[in-house]
Design a protein around this ligand. Structure first.
Ligand SMILES: [Zn+2]
Length: 57
């Protein structure tokens, strides 16, 4: 189980960014700096809309 990647749409600027599902550190939007995901120790908590989930291979 390698984990999934999620394409998350930023709530503030609609930038879409691919974020690892089990991100170990805070992921910020590359455009506006809004927090897109925060680590929880397992599956990260996402703050934008998950547009697409891509299974890692
Ligand atoms: Zn943004």
């Amino acid at each position: 189980m390698a984990g999934d990647f999620h394409r998350v749409a930023c709530a503030d600027c609609e930038n879409e960014q691919v974020v690892f599902g089990k991100a170990a550190s805070v992921v910020s939007c590359a455009v506006c700096g809004t927090t897109l995901a925060t680590p929880t120790g397992g599956e990260a908590e996402f703050h934008g809309e998950i547009v697409e989930t891509v299974e890692a291979r």
